[in-house]
Design a protein around this ligand. Structure first.
Ligand code: ZN
Length: 410
C-alpha cells in the first residue's frame, strides 16, 4: 500500500474512497473524490438512524469539503435510499460527514462557524468562494443549537436594556443576568408586549426568584416588571442613570449649538459631543484640553457637566437616608441650569426617587451592561444580520455567555 494515500484524511464511516481525480487546469486546482457506500454495512435512515434495507441505488451529489492544500475539494458521493422500518417510508441514507440539507461537509461547516465568531459573513465567504447566504445559514444553524433556547435558570437580578438597530427606528430589548453578565434573552421592540414575551417563558417559581431588575426610567418596562414579578425591586442603576443624564447634557449642548452667534462657535460646540459624554479619565490629553476650553467658554454646558460626578456619588451611599440627603441639593443645583431637558430629568428623578435609591438596598456592583453594550457595537459594526434581528440576537448571546456568578463559584 502506498504511503502517500490520501484515504486517512477522509476517515468517514460507512463509505470508501473509490477514486481521486485532480484537475489542475481549472481556474483553481480542484480535487474530486468519489465516495461509494461500503457494502459491508446496512444503510441508516437519515431521519431516525434506524438500519434499513436498500430501497434504491445510484443517487449522486457533490459535497464541498475543506480545501486540501491549494485545491478545492469536492466529494462525489454515491448514496442510496433506504426502506426505514421505523419511519415506514423510503428515506435518504444517512451520511455521517454531511447534513442531507447541505452541500458542504460537517468539517467545512464547523470551520465556517468557528471563523464567523471573529469575522464577518462576507470575509468568511470570500476565501472559500461560497455564497454569503450559505455561510450565514451555517452560522445561524449552529447558533440556534447552542443559544436558541432561553435559559431562565438561576436568575435573581436582571438588567433590562434597549438597543437601537437603526437610530430612532428599530429597537431591540436585551435582558441580562446582572450577576454574571450573560445575555439571557433578546426580542424585537421595546414595548410592554416585548417584555411579555420574555416573561411568558418563565415559570411562576422562576419569577418568584427575581429580587431586582435594573433598567432605564422607561414606563413600559416598569409596568411589565411590576405586573409579572411585583416582589422584585426596580432599580435605576448607575449605568442607566448616567446614560440618561448624558442625553440631558447632549440636549443642552444641541440648544447651545442653535443659539451660537457665529458659525465658528456653532462648529465648535457641535463637535463636542464626544468629549462631553466620554468619561473624563478616558480622554486623551488633547481632548481634555478641548473639554476644558468648552467648559470655560459655555456656562450652561459647564453647569450641566459639573453635575455629572455628584450624581454618580449618590450611588456610593449604602444608606438610603444619606443618599437622599445628597440627592436633594443635587436637584436644586440642577434646577439652576434652567433647561427643559434638565427639568424633565429632575421630575422623573423625583417621581422614581424610591427606585433610584434602591441600589442602596441592593449592593449592585460594577455593571456588566457597559461590556455587553460594547460587544453589541462591535457586532453591529461587523454588519452581522442588521436585517435579521433573530440572527443578530443569537450573535450577541454567543458573544455574552457571562462569567460564572459569585454564588456558582462559591
Ligand atoms: Zn427512519
Amino acid at each position: 500500500m502506498s504511503a502517500l494515500s490520501i484515504v486517512p484524511y477522509f476517515p468517514f464511516a460507512r463509505v470508501k474512497v473509490a477514486q481521486q481525480t485532480v484537475h489542475l487546469d481549472l481556474p483553481k486546482p480542484g480535487t474530486f473524490l468519489r465516495l461509494e457506500p461500503d457494502q459491508r454495512f446496512r444503510p441508516l435512515c437519515h431521519e431516525c438512524g434506524t438500519a434499513g434495507s436498500v430501497h434504491s441505488h445510484g443517487l449522486r451529489r457533490i459535497i464541498r469539503n475543506l480545501d486540501f492544500g491549494p485545491a478545492r475539494t469536492f466529494l462525489q458521493v454515491e448514496y442510496r435510499r433506504v426502506w426505514c422500518p421505523h419511519c415506514q417510508k423510503a428515506k435518504v441514507e444517512q451520511l455521517r460527514f454531511a447534513d442531507p440539507s447541505r452541500r458542504i461537509t460537517h468539517r467545512l461547516a464547523q470551520a465556517i462557524y468557528d471563523l464567523c465568531k471573529v469575522m464577518t459573513v462576507q470575509d468568511v465567504a470570500d476565501p472559500f468562494e461560497l455564497d454569503p447566504k450559505t455561510v450565514k445559514a451555517v452560522d445561524q444553524h449552529f447558533l440556534q443549537q447552542g443559544f436558541g433556547r432561553t435559559d431562565y435558570d438561576g436568575l435573581s437580578i436582571l438588567a433590562v436594556d434597549e438597543i437601537a438597530l437603526r437610530k430612532g427606528h428599530q429597537y431591540m430589548t436585551v435582558v441580562l443576568d446582572y450577576l454574571t453578565g450573560r445575555v439571557v434573552w433578546m426580542g424585537e421592540g421595546r414595548s410592554m408586549e416585548t417584555l411579555d414575551v420574555f416573561f411568558a417563558g418563565m415559570s411562576a417559581e422562576q419569577k418568584q426568584g427575581l429580587q431586582a431588575v435594573a433598567m432605564d426610567m422607561w414606563e413600559p418596562f416598569i409596568n411589565r416588571v411590576q405586573h409579572h414579578c411585583p416582589q422584585a425591586q426596580i432599580v435605576f442603576d448607575l449605568f442607566h442613570l448616567v446614560k440618561a443624564f448624558g442625553e440631558v447634557i447632549d440636549e443642552v449642548r444641541r440648544e447651545e449649538v442653535r443659539k451660537a452667534d457665529t458659525q465658528e462657535d456653532r462648529q465648535y460646540v457641535k463637535g463636542s459631543r464626544y468629549v462631553l459624554l466620554k468619561n473624563r479619565q478616558n480622554l486623551r490629553p488633547a481632548k481634555r484640553v478641548r473639554l476644558r476650553e468648552l467648559l470655560a467658554a459655555n456656562e450652561r454646558i459647564s453647569a450641566g457637566y459639573m453635575l455629572k460626578d455628584p450624581l454618580k456619588m449618590i450611588y456610593h451611599y449604602r444608606s438610603r437616608a444619606w443618599a437622599k440627603k445628597a440627592l436633594d441639593p443635587w436637584c436644586e443645583r440642577a434646577e439652576e441650569v434652567d433647561h427643559p431637558a434638565m427639568r424633565r430629568f429632575i421630575r422623573r428623578l423625583r417621581f422614581f426617587e424610591y427606585d433610584i435609591l434602591n441600589p442602596c438596598d441592593h449592593a449592585i456592583g460594577a455593571s456588566p451592561l457597559e461590556g455587553v453594550n460594547n460587544k453589541i457595537k462591535v457586532i453591529k459594526r461587523r454588519a452581522y444580520g442588521f436585517h435579521d434581528p433573530e440572527y443578530f440576537a443569537l450573535k450577541i448571546k454567543q458573544a455574552s455567555p457571562g462569567r460564572k456568578s459569585i454564588t456558582e463559584t462559591g
